[in-house]
Design a binder for this molecule. Sequence first.
Ligand code: FAD
Length: 548
Amino acid sequence: MKIPHIGIIGGGPGALLILMRILELEGADFALDIFESSATLGAGMPFSYRGADLEHDTNVSEEEIPPFKPSLSEWVKSRPPYVLEKYGINSQEFDETCILPRLLFGEYLKEQFDILLKEAEHRGMEVKVHLETTVNDIKDDIKKKKTAIITGDKTYLFDTVIICSGHFWPHDHERELAGYFDSPYPPSKLNRVFNHPIALRGSSLTGVDAIRTISRNNGIFNHENSRLVYTKNENAPDFKMVMYSHNGLLPCVRIHLEEPNINNSDILPTARLKENMAENEGFLSLDFLFELGYKELLKDKDPEFFAQIKDMKVEEFSKYILSKREQRDGFELLREEYLDGVDSLQTKRPVPWKEALSAFSFALNFPAKHMSAEDMIRLHEHLLPLVAIVIAYLPPSSCEELLALHDAGCLELVSVEKFEAKISDNGKIVCTCIFENKEDIVIEYETFVDCIGQPNIQFDQFPFKSLITDGTVSPARLNFKSNKGHQNVDGLQISDSFQVVDEKGEANKRIYLLTVAFMKGLNPDYSGIDFFEHASELVVKSIFDAKI
Ligand SMILES: Cc1cc2nc3c(=O)[nH]c(=O)nc-3n(C[C@H](O)[C@H](O)[C@H](O)COP(=O)(O)OP(=O)(O)OC[C@H]3O[C@@H](n4cnc5c(N)ncnc54)[C@H](O)[C@@H]3O)c2cc1C
């Protein structure tokens, strides 16, 4: 039997889960090379200093991640006291429901990678890790049925290549002007005194990351009578952050999850999806998915809420929830949701409408590429803005900080329809606030941080250029049901098993793409370890079904 030689590009959490899945297959024999541009495996971008500092927490607990051994809580409890002290963790209180600092989680993932590599070695598999090695290009040879990974000076040939190169943050403007930050990553770049107002675009978790770093460098948090209070540093009397957010929305607060480990085939069974496609000219209907994947889940869990929304389409449902939030002052609502979230976590009280929405948006990821372009547009315009707020699951600790900053007059929220920041000809940051019912306001800022999260990355920004020039990859696209035309969406076209698809529409049997930045168009809620837990299963099944 021929042993497949697999090359993985990127050694972050995505690659870790691929390795975990391969080792789960009894009898799978393989040779593996992993190429990682940094000096460590496992932590990737969000769980290393490239995406976090001491103040940043995960948004998942042990309950929401794959069943690693040792478990996360066992591992945390076995850390030396000085490590726990550094991260402010009380090991007696740490359990499977707790979130933790991202950097500490990165250490755990690194250790998990080491454990799996040892297991592979123990099973006699050949695994080579190429650290501090950046892959510059990939070339596919159809005749030889091999794919080449090209690093600085070497070319390696593989039977299968899995691209797990993760996040991709542009630095276009920050190279041009000090004070303009294209993203808050790495956070170390925000470690400075800002004695002036700072504009932030976006109020979701990326914004919260920026706020936690900037606030620590310009003031101090203290507990006064069990309430968190923020005081500005003496050298930053004019420090203030202004968050510009679409319709003044802040993310929802973390709640107790009754079923933290989502199984998408329970929510959207494949047979039902196939039936719907057969009845719908080959397209999956968003209305059908919403009925099956959301309303069905709520019927028994929250009959009262179900009764209120049972006749609504996604448009009406999103409007129903969002307009209730938009009418409220963002911080007032946050204070209320904080108390409610803490109560839900402490008493283990579920909030079915939120949990079901999170489960639905997760399950929707995988079949979404079979929707029509019309339905994808509806999804993006109506449901995803709501999903982004609900599934953010802001940890109570972050919430306390936002409220303390707001109470100290250091954090403001401005509701806008749209917000643009540009560098003017004379080198100033000019921000335009666009409102629905009043005139635009233009303000100059000395500092601007773009906090919209992983930005949309276009097809031509894909870094492995030979795959573009040889036509091995093609832009992600969706067909319209009404006029048979099509629309290109962000990222690359991929099959149900995450194989890249060529210009002729054929899935490539050797190259798999799991790079978050280039999957966004077809996987609308792609991000998170739980996503990779399922996606890695699909990839590994596809590779080994074909080869064993
Ligand atoms: C700020 C932030 C916080 C997040 N927090 C959470 C969280 O708490 N919980 C959660 O479940 N998800 C979180 N996520 C989602 C996150 O996308 C995934 O959980 C996970 O990190 C994705 O893993 P990855 O390996 O695909 O990508 P990455 O983590 O980006 O890892 C990709 C790796 O590939 C390497 N690489 C890239 N290009 C090359 C190249 N050309 N050659 C060689 N190596 C290369 C990089 O160095 C990196 O190590 C967060 C995302 C962000 C941005």
